[in-house]
Ligand binder design. Sequence first.
Ligand SMILES: NC(=O)c1ccc[n+]([C@@H]2O[C@H](COP(=O)([O-])OP(=O)(O)OC[C@H]3O[C@@H](n4cnc5c(N)ncnc54)[C@H](O)[C@@H]3O)[C@@H](O)[C@H]2O)c1
Length: 241
Amino acid sequence: MTGAAGGVVVVTGAASGIGRAAAVAFHRQGAVVMAMDVNRAGLADLRSELGDTRCVTAVADLTSGPEIVSVFSQVEGMGGCEVLVNAAGIGVSLPLLDHADEDWDRVLDINTRGTFLCLREAARQMTERGGGAIVNVASVVGIYPSPIPEIAYDTSKGAVIQMTRSAARELAPHGVRVNGVAPGPVPTNLYGTPPEQPEVPMPLGHGTVEDVVDAILFLASGKARWITGQTLVVDGGWLLR
Ligand SMILES: NC(=O)c1ccc[n+]([C@@H]2O[C@H](COP(=O)([O-])OP(=O)(O)OC[C@H]3O[C@@H](n4cnc5c(N)ncnc54)[C@H](O)[C@@H]3O)[C@@H](O)[C@H]2O)c1
């Protein structure tokens, strides 16, 4: 898959939405998947869909460094991390003046720090294994501010885009590629159902989690072997205004 085959595809946020669809898609390709999430029931549902073969689930909270380290040590015992998809995330929509310190901390803690902690643990194993691919799920609002007020979320995703570039530069000599996707709005628990008449026009119409996952599969694959540090916008033209 990445030039350092035989390892595990780790997906965070795998209990729901984009992460879940990514876990299913990698599993369909024959990968061994480690599905991480804080949502135990959602992981159980994924497991019942995929079965026990090549699918391991781990309940872990991305705000906890020790829980992340523990999952990655399990992954090491399974052959090491070949691909990491950092899909877990939360959003808080509040006007800037109403944002409490706790709102800011929680969003940055999960979306940015949690992404970094998983990236670092994956990178430890990938550099040992001689390669790997990391795909961070950012957002179009990390590039252009959201039409609804959500300053912590927008900031957390902008940081993920820069983290992707920074990690890519440092890890390239080890054969580890780091890229991202910046989705536009797609229906999930986080985003809800897109309105019939969206605030921002969608030139290509509404998208789905699968539209995002196809880009993740590409960036994780050998077809993207000469691509690193990039965040691919997958938004049906949302940014074209
Ligand atoms: N849906 C969209 O329109 C959209 C657009 C752009 C970016 N994104 C990003 O895509 C990613 C996936 O979001 P989604 O829309 O599929 O949402 P979702 O709510 O369906 O899935 C997010 C998953 O992350 C998990 N999660 C949240 N906090 C966690 C924590 N502390 N530890 C472990 N897991 C945790 C949740 O339990 C959930 O399963 C997020 O990073 C989100 O910011 C989504």
